[in-house]
Structures are given as structure tokens and as C-alpha cells.
Design a protein around this ligand. Structure first.
Ligand code: ADP
Length: 320
């Protein structure tokens, strides 16, 4: 490859900027021309493409969001849209593309690779719902935000002997709930991967208060249901518990990325560029056990992320 482009797509996450920076600077370091595409696949179809230099990614490693902006683009899901996108890249002589995004964005990259563009996917999503990587870019920061919020709720809860139900992101993947729940010492973690009984949850909360616990925290992944619904369900079963719901929402996607996410993004961005130079295409870049790993995008999008049951059981043992 001689000319590569980079775009961010789908839901944004902290650390996407650090990944863009790494792709641009590594690409230039290795003598490539590097282009930025504004607003994901929508920007590609709009030919919203510009040359990037060393300075164009200055002062962004610490910023949340993405300077390239993101979008969802229905047209790109059609074969005609994909043909048009590939043609626009070919017309500009761009033969490699790094896509930073989630599952959907990966599928777009796969389509482009079938049309002759060399593509690499980087896992940019807070949900940690991408397989063949231990962590996605943004996950660590999102978990930190949830833990910080629960710390604050704990202060006020202990003063009033209250219970909190905290709804966190994760439609199909309970990893934010699991990791934040373990780190925050939540009593109960409700995730889509593990069946649960609300009667037990409510009884346990009541028991905890009877045994002298001064607060009780339930973390619920949005894929399980709304925090407010869980609150109502608990109240119906144990009216004396009186939990309150807190929905963290998009706050989880914002703010400065943690050092872990910045370093993960930097390593993956550089790895994507080196892999393109080595002639690889249609691959997802991930980190497994500290090592950089390439996996076929097809395999990644067709494999559900494995849930860490051991960690879930540990959280449960420690939350007595
Ligand atoms: P994420 O990448 O975070 O999972 P989306 O699922 O919204 O977010 O995907 C982002 C964009 O990727 C979509 O708006 C669309 O342009 C493109 N995309 C998603 N799925 C496909 C697909 N099956 N084929 C081609 N492009 C797709």
C-alpha cells in the first residue's frame, strides 16, 4: 500500500482519537500518504476526504470523542453504496483503509475488502462486545466512569441507608456491568448473559439491610432492562428496600481516555498500519494476553464475545 485512509464509525468511544493519531503518525513514519475521512462511511460516500499530516493529530491523544466524527450510514449497507465507496477510494489512489468502530463498522470494512480495498478493523466501542480482543478501545475508560459514579452514590446511600440501581451501557454484552460491578463492590450484577431471579435479588437486598449493611448497589446492563423497571420490580417484592435508579447513559462514552485506552489505541493503530504494509487485508486487530493479534473480520463478526463467568462468580462471592 502507498496511500491509506482512516475513519471512525458507529458509536464513538474514548481513545478513538488516540487510535487515529497512531494510524496517521505510523503511516507517515513508514512513508505512506495518510488521509482522514470525515463522518465514517457517510463521509466516504460524500467524498469528504482530506490529507492528514503529523500536526493534524496534535493535541488529541487526551480527548474523548473523535476529531474525524462518526455517523451511521444506511446507504453504505447497500451493494451500490459499497461499490460507490470503493470507487471513490480507487479514484484517489487510496488502497488501504483503517476502520475504527464496532461490529457494524467491521462488516462495512469486510465488504470493501471484497471490492479490492485492503482493510483493517480496530475495535472502537465502550461495550467490549468484540471477540478476539481482550479489550476494546474505550472500555476501560467507561468502566472507570461507572465506578466513579458508584463511589459517589455510595457516599450518599450510606448516609441514608439506601439502595441504588445503576443502569449502564451494554445491549448484548454485560462486560461494563461486570467489570464496573466487581471494581465498585456492587451487591448484584445483572447482565444479558446470565439468567437471574428478581425475587432473589429483592430478598437479598432486604436481608443485607437487616444484617446491617448500609447500602446496596445493583448494576444492570441496559440489555437486561431499564433501571427504573428493576427498581419497580424490587419495590413490588420488598417495599421497604426503596431503591433509586440512576441511568448513566452517554456520560459513559465521554471524557478523557485512561492511559490503558490510549496505549491500547496507540498499539493497535500502529499494528494496523504495519499489517497493511505487510500485505494483510480484511483483518480485525486485537490484543490478546498483551499481544497484538490479527483475526479474519468474518470470524470476529460471527463469533459472540465470550462472557467471563469466573469473574462474574468472583464478584458474586465477594459481594456477600
Ligand atoms: P458499530 O460499528 O458501532 O457497531 P453500526 O452497527 O451502526 O455501529 O455500524 C456503523 C456503520 O457501519 C453503519 O451505519 C453502516 O454504514 C456500516 N455497516 C453496518 N453494518 C453493515 C453491513 N452489514 N454492511 C455494510 N456496512 C455496514
Amino acid at each position: 500500500v502507498k496511500k491509506i485512509a482512516v475513519l471512525t464509525s458507529g458509536g464513538d468511544s474514548q481513545g478513538m482519537n488516540a487510535a487515529v493519531r497512531a494510524v496517521v503518525r505510523s503511516g507517515l513514519y513508514y512513508g505512506l500518504e495518510v488521509y482522514g475521512i470525515q463522518r465514517g462511511y457517510q463521509g466516504l460516500l460524500n467524498n469528504d476526504i482530506f490529507a492528514m499530516d503529523i500536526r493534524s493529530v496534535g493535541d488529541i491523544i487526551q480527548r474523548g470523542g473523535t476529531i474525524l466524527q462518526s455517523a451511521r450510514c444506511l446507504e453504505f449497507k447497500t451493494p451500490e453504496g459499497q461499490q460507490k465507496g470503493a470507487q471513490i477510494l480507487r479514484d484517489r489512489g487510496i488502497d488501504g483503509l483503517v476502520v475504527i468502530g464496532g461490529d457494524g463498522s467491521y462488516q462495512g470494512a469486510e465488504k470493501l475488502s471484497k471490492l479490492g480495498i485492503k482493510t483493517m478493523g480496530l475495535p472502537g466501542t465502550i461495550d467490549n462486545d468484540i471477540s478476539f480482543t481482550d479489550h476494546t478501545i474505550g472500555f476501560d475508560t467507561a468502566v472507570g466512569i461507572v465506578v466513579d459514579a458508584v463511589n459517589k452514590l455510595r457516599d450518599t446511600m450510606s448516609s441514608h441507608e439506601r439502595a441504588s440501581v445503576v443502569e449502564v451501557m451494554g445491549r448484548h454484552c454485560g462486560d461494563i456491568a461486570l467489570h464496573a460491578g466487581l471494581a465498585a463492590g456492587a451487591e448484584t450484577i445483572l447482565v444479558p448473559e446470565v439468567p437471574f431471579d428478581l425475587n432473589e435479588v429483592a430478598d437479598r437486598m432486604k436481608q443485607n439491610f437487616d444484617n446491617g449493611k448500609r447500602h446496596s448497589i445493583v448494576i444492570v446492563a441496559e440489555g437486561v432492562g431499564k433501571g427504573e423497571e428493576v427498581v419497580e420490580a424490587i419495590k413490588r417484592r420488598q417495599p421497604s428496600v426503596e431503591p433509586r435508579a440512576t441511568v448513566l447513559g452517554h456520560i459513559q462514552r465521554g471524557g478523557s481516555p485512561t492511559p490503558f485506552d490510549r496505549n491500547l489505541a496507540s498499539r493497535l493503530g500502529d499494528f494496523a498500519v504495519r499489517s497493511l504494509i505487510a500485505g494483510e487485508s480484511n483483518k480485525a486487530c486485537g490484543m490478546i494476553g498483551g499481544d497484538m493479534v490479527l483475526t479474519d473480520i468474518e470470524k470476529v463478526v460471527s463469533t459472540k464475545k465470550q462472557f467471563n463467568m469466573e469473574l462474574y462468580e468472583l464478584a458474586s462471592r465477594l459481594s456477600q
